[in-house]
Design a protein around this ligand. Structure first.
Ligand code: KG4
Ligand code: ZN
Length: 331
């Protein structure tokens, strides 16, 4: 089965082609225009998707050496995400699927982040845990099988990616914040500043990052509003370490509570090298998996891949399926 995947939920315009579980091509056109605003501007995102989508889809088809008429179906992100941004991808999908007379399916972006791990590890067995960490989500899921998800806990306020993005803004660094803080933290001393770790030694699988962000803001204010270069790497390293420490301590708690020894990490923050390295060190008795970097941040390969699984099972929405900006995986 040959599936075209389309992803436009936030600021990446992405298209990919998947055939029988193998990703043939994956193209991501990152929108540069947001960087100077220090975050994603929804109206700019929608307009950029409109401008970039057709050429991105054509590029994905061309790199797969296939033509539109070879497609058996189209999968698109229908939520969660920015309303206008989602609408560009879903409307495009409706038009193309109707024109080609093939089925289309609207998918949950977060579910696709989880299943991106199956691209790297096709032999993965259920059940497993998944730490989902992105710009808008920080959650731990217990995954029994495709479509059966139990939320073990999530953040009470900011998401981990948001903590990176807001932290980068406070430090005068660029966007995306996670990438910038990771760069600035290189060679820094993670023990230099004792940033708070909320809910750390408690028995709840929940997160809170807003106090950490405020603590960084106070630290920078105390230094007069900007950090000298000599201190930036230590502060960035300490801030990054505090986020990673909390994420992994809660993953450890979830493993203890469920005794499920396989845990995946998915979403943009899963690209963080410290998180990946520390996860490998901290869990000698468990199997911790995460996808390659390009499959952590937003991409359409994960959409095409999950779309094929659903379309093969006969699931498909009709051509009127629409966007759900606050779509949840399960209640
Ligand atoms: O999954 P994603 O690409 O988009 C959403 O679905 O939100 O995640 C974006 C988030 C941003 O907050 C970004 O700062 C963070 O992922 N991120 C990182 C890294 N690369 C992206 N955070 C930490 N380290 C990274 N290397
Ligand atoms: Zn994402």
């Amino acid at each position: 089965m040959i599936i075209l995947g389309i992803e436009t939920s936030c600021d990446e315009t992405a298209a990919a082609v998947c055939k029988d579980g193998t990703v043939l091509s994956s193209v991501v056109a990152s929108q540069e225009d947001h960087a100077r605003y220090g975050g994603v501007v929804p109206e700019i995102a929608s307009r950029s998707h409109e401008r970039l989508l057709l050429e991105t889809v054509n590029e994905a088809l061309s790199r797969s050496s296939l033509k539109k008429n070879d497609l058996d179906g189209i999968a698109v992100t229908r939520g969660p995400g920015l309303m206008g941004a989602l609408l560009t991808g879903v409307s495009f999908t409706h038009g193309l699927a109707l024109g080609l007379n093939i089925p289309s399916i609207g998918l949950n972006h977060m579910e696709a982040h989880i299943f991106a791990n199956f691209i790297a590890y096709p032999e993965l067995q259920f059940p497993f845990l998944c730490l989902l960490v992105s710009g808008g989500h920080t959650q731990i899921w217990r995954v029994e099988e495709l479509g059966e998800y139990e939320l073990m806990g999530e953040t009470r306020d900011d998401a981990a990616g948001e903590a990176f993005d807001k932290g980068a803004r406070i430090l005068g660094l660029g966007y995306p914040g996670g990438v910038e803080i990771e760069k600035a933290a290189q060679d820094g001393n993670p023990d230099k500043v004792a940033f708070p770790r909320a809910l750390f030694n408690t028995d709840v699988v929940e997160f809170s990052f807003s106090g950490l962000k405020t603590s960084l803001l106070r630290h920078v204010e105390m230094k007069g509003g900007t950090l000298p270069r000599s201190e930036l790497s230590d502060v960035a390293a300490s801030y990054q370490y505090a986020i990673v420490d909390v994420l992994l301590s809660k993953l450890s708690l979830a493993i203890d509570k469920t005794q499920i020894k396989t845990a995946l990490i998915g979403g943009g923050v899963a690209a963080n090298k410290l998180l990946r390295k520390k996860a490998e060190q901290d869990f000698p008795d468990s199997t911790i998996l995460y996808p390659e970097l390009a499959l952590c941040t937003d991409n359409a390969a994960m959409i095409a891949f999950l779309g094929e699984i659903y379309l093969k099972r006969g699931n498909q929405t009709d051509h009127t399926h629409s966007v759900i900006p606050n779509l949840r995986l399960s209640s």
